[in-house]
Design a protein around this ligand. Structure first.
Ligand code: IDP
Ligand code: MG
Length: 142
C-alpha cells in the first residue's frame, strides 16, 4: 500500500550539514519526498508535537533540544513508507542502532538521534497535518 509518513531531520543533523545525506538515503530506498521545509519550533510547539511523551523523564530536555535550532520536516511517500522509514532510521539509541541506519551513522546520542519518523498510520496523518497544509503535499497517488 502506498503510504505517507512524516520525517524530521533534527537540529543536530541540520547543524552538521546532513540534510542532503539523509534525504539521499530515503530516495535511494525508494521513498519520494512529496513535501518539505526548514523551520524552527518554538518550545511550545515542540511540547505540542511530543505531547504523547509529556510524562517521560526526558520530555523537558527533548523539547528544549528540538527547539534549539532549525529542523527539516518532510513528507515521504512510498510502498509501506511508515515501516520502511523506521527501518532506514534504525533504533532510537544510535549506540544500539543497526549498521547502515541513519541513527547509527548520523546520530549523536539517544536524544540527539538525527531523525524522527511517524510510528503508525494515525500518528503519520496527525504529524503531517501538524506541519503541512494539504496543498503543500504533492502525493503521486491517493
Ligand atoms: P522514536 O523517536 O524512536 O520513536 P521515542 O521513544 O518515541 O523514540 O522517543 C522520542 C524521542 O525522544 C527520541 O527520538 C529521542 O530524541 C528522545 N528520547 C527517547 N528516549 C530518550 C531517553 O532515554 N533519553 C533522552 N531522550 C530520549
Ligand atoms: Mg516515537
Amino acid at each position: 500500500m502506498t503510504e505517507v509518513t512524516l520525517s524530521i531531520i533534527k537540529p543536530d543533523a541540520v547543524q552538521r550539514n546532513l540534510i542532503g545525506e539523509i534525504l539521499r538515503r530515503f530516495e535511494s530506498a525508494g521513498l519520494k519526498v512529496v513535501g518539505g521545509k526548514l523551520l524552527r519550533l518554538s518550545p511550545e510547539r515542540a511540547q505540542a508535537f511530543y505531547a504523547v511523551h509529556k510524562e517521560r523523564p526526558f520530555f523537558a530536555g527533548l523539547c528544549t533540544y528540538m527547539s534549539s535550532g532549525p529542523i527539516f520536516v518532510s513528507v515521504l511517500e512510498g510502498e509501506g513508507a511508515i515501516v520502511k522509514n523506521r527501518e532506514i532510521m534504525g533504533a532510537t539509541d544510535p549506540a544500539k542502532a543497526a549498521p547502515g541506519t541513519i541513527r547509527k551513522d548520523c546520530g549523536t546520542d539517544v536524544e540527539a538521534n538525527a531523525v524522527h519518523g511517524s510510528d503508525g498510520s494515525e500518528t503519520a496523518a496527525a504529524e503531517i497535518a501538524f506541519f503541512f497544509k494539504p496543498e503543500e503535499v504533492f502525493r503521486s497517488s491517493k
